[in-house]
Design a protein around this ligand. Structure first.
Ligand SMILES: Cc1ncc(COP(=O)(O)O)c(C=O)c1O
Length: 422
């Protein structure tokens, strides 16, 4: 083993991808309904993305942020125009985008002479990333353990509790950061009322409102930005994951109110917004328009919700009702069944899905998934409940916790529940 042991990987070696399928080293095809953890919006090996990457790689791969270059300038213009924000900072990942947002909020208050205004308020169940600032805003003690001391000046308020938020946003709060749809903690949607209260309270109390759309942005909810679904405009939006359809990039978009928080030298990144990921992101935006992807997502979302709800109703001892938005859907797995065992059993049946918090399974397929593929995904999940095994009497049983899958896969998947670094 030469890769540091930070992930408990499934016993599967992926060698290629095509559309919504991944192919392993034995040539077996899997229907990919986790999409590289909500990354591959246009699926795998999309020819136009590959072509954009190749063309840019033959022209300019890197020049640094000491100079202007066309791909990042064009991408920032596109994102600003589509979000009605004012300015963009590019980085390389979701945690970096949130790190930038946290720093921006503090510097913004500082520049306004409000030095005591430094608290970053986050929600219960939040996940914002693994670097220290983003980790300090993440409500999951399993991720903090052994890393103390975390940076100070972070506080938490219950998700979807507007009354508690009213009490929590005081004069020391620089920003409130929230995921419109919490992905890692099990796919939980904010209520529009909660986000609307957050907007009013942030305005009233002089704090910035940050939406972490790293997972739920870039079309996943059925609109390019999740905030469009809630009728709320934040001051700052963070993006990553699907932005370049698989190449590493992150972005922090700030409106006019917030953008002045940073000046030259306040923040930076050697690679952030480098030409190749920006070219891929530009191709992604162009293709999503050509495909009218938002309309497709809404259709496939309705179909997937319906199929999963039927399945959950037919197996209520295993699955709870689907929840989420667009093509980000979670289902609670009922004890004593275990989400890790179901993920592994589904994989054995040729379906890739993910685990999430609260003993849930998660669907985040490519947004180009077809009607036939959605039907196939639902029937493969159903099959996976039966794809189990001989209980010793020759009878086939459902996949109960810790018995449906080979032990190697089982331990990997179960650990994966605590290790679901999206
Ligand atoms: C909402 C959210 N924010 C931030 C991150 C961190 O992104 P990255 O893994 O690219 O650092 C994730 C990853 O799952 C996420 O879901």
């Amino acid at each position: 083993m030469t890769l540091l042991d930070t992930y408990k990987r499934a016993p599967l070696t992926i060698v290629a991808g095509e559309g919504c399928e991944l192919i392993d080293d034995r040539g077996r095809r899997y229907l990919d309904c986790i999409g590289g953890i909500a990354v591959c919006a246009l699926g795998h090996a999309h020819p136009a993305i590959a072509q954009a990457i190749a063309a840019q790689a033959q022209t300019l791969v890197h020049a640094s942020n000491l100079y202007h270059h066309e791909p990042s300038e064009r991408l920032s213009r596109e994102l600003v125009a589509r979000s009605a924000m004012s300015a963009v900072f590019f980085c390389n990942s979701g945690t970096e985008a949130n790190e930038a947002a946290i720093k921006l909020a503090r510097k913004w208050a500082y520049r306004r002479g409000q030095r005591e205004r430094s608290t970053i308020l986050a929600c219960s169940g939040s996940f914002h990333g693994r670097t220290f600032g983003s980790l300090a805003a993440t409500d999951n003690p399993a991720y903090w353990e052994g890393f103390a001391p975390l940076p100070g000046g972070f506080a938490f308020t219950p998700f979807n509790d507007a009354d508690a938020l009213e009490d929590a946003i005081g004069a020391r709060v620089a920003a409130f950061i929230v995921e419109p749809v919490q992905g890692e903690s099990g796919v939980n949607c904010a209520t529009p009322e909660f986000l609307q209260s957050a907007r009013l309270l942030c305005d009233d109390r002089g704090a910035l409102l940050i939406f972490d759309e790293v997972q739920c942005g870039m079309g996943r909810t059925g609109s390019l930005f999740a905030f469009e679904q809630f009728g709320v405009r934040p001051d700052v939006v963070t993006l990553a994951k699907a932005l370049a359809n698989g190449l590493p990039i992150g972005a922090m978009l700030a409106n006019e109110r917030a953008a002045g928080g940073f000046g030259p030298g306040d923040h930076g990144s050697t690679f952030g917004g480098s030409p190749v990921p920006c070219a891929a992101a530009l191709a992604h935006l162009r293709i999503r328009d050509e495909l009218d992807l938002d309309a497709r997502v809404r259709e496939r979302s309705a179909q997937l919700f319906e199929g999963l709800a039927d399945l959950a109703r037919s197996r209520p001892e295993i699955l709870g009702e689907p929840r989420g938005m667009g093509l980000l859907i979670g289902l609670a797995v009922q004890a004593p069944y275990d989400s890790g065992a179901i993920v592994a059993a589904a994989r054995e049946c040729g379906l890739l899905i993910g685990s999430a918090g609260g003993n849930s399974v998660r669907f985040a397929p490519p947004l180009i998934i077809s009607e036939e593929e959605v039907s196939r995904a639902v029937s493969l999940l159903g099959m996976s409940f039966d794809c189990a095994q001989d209980d010793g009497s020759g009878r086939q049983t459902l996949a109960p916790a810790r018995s449906a899958v080979p032990s190697e896969a089982r331990s990997a998947e179960s650990k994966g529940r605590n290790d679901r670094s999206g």
